[in-house]
Write a protein that binds this ligand. Structure first.
Ligand SMILES: CC(C)(COP(=O)(O)OP(=O)(O)OC[C@H]1O[C@@H](n2cnc3c(N)ncnc32)[C@H](O)[C@@H]1OP(=O)(O)O)[C@@H](O)C(=O)NCCC(=O)NCCS
Length: 147
């Protein structure tokens, strides 16, 4: 499902899909944050074929996409779900004449970095101390895919 959200009732439906994807609590947005994000224009939610298996949230800014969140249900890791979501995003980007897809990822998130490299993303730069975690601050890599 791919949809720009405007109505609160729509956001509630999307939120149900979002919370059905089991992931580590600290990587999950809380309800208030989720609703605030989706009240903005140009925010999209891409769901896996089975909505409880994974999701991708992105925004469109002019001729670029920015991936805001991507997760696979912890029970379904390593089955190609995140790859399929990214492929769908890239197909849509091509149709919409998008030039680049950006994202930020913790430099400690080896699984995600390997995933993005496999999908053709390159490291563009680094934001120092970008993420605050219980273990301390972590740097973020900025990654980009040219479409
Ligand atoms: C990162 C994440 C989205 C990957 O989802 P996934 O559905 O398991 O990924 P896929 O099955 O499509 O994996 C594709 C490739 O990514 C890489 N990859 C995925 N998980 C990996 C792991 N644990 N270790 C090393 N490489 C990994 C591999 O190259 C893999 O290809 P392969 O299985 O043929 O070796 C998932 O681990 C997750 O939800 N993590 C928590 C949330 C998160 O970190 N999101 C990214 C924020 S930027």
């Amino acid at each position: 499902m791919l949809k720009s959200i405007m109505q609160r009732s729509d956001i509630r439906k999307i939120y149900k899909k979002y919370i059905s994807v089991k992931q580590l609590d600290r990587t999950k947005w809380n309800e208030k944050f989720f609703f605030n994000i989706f009240l903005n224009k140009n925010i999209f939610f891409l769901s896996s074929y089975r909505s409880s298996h994974g999701y991708l949230i992105f925004r469109k800014i002019l001729d670029e996409y920015e991936i805001l969140a991507l997760a696979t249900n912890i029970k379904n890791f390593r089955k190609g779900i995140a790859s399929k979501l990214l492929k769908r995003l890239i197909e849509k980007a091509k149709k919409e004449d998008i030039n680049k897809v950006f994202l930020e990822v913790s430099e400690n998130n080896i699984a995600a970095i390997k995933l993005y490299l496999k999908m053709g993303f390159c490291k563009l730069g680094c934001r120092k101390n970008y993420y605050k975690t219980p273990e301390g601050f972590q740097n973020a890599f900025i990654m980009v895919l040219k479409i």
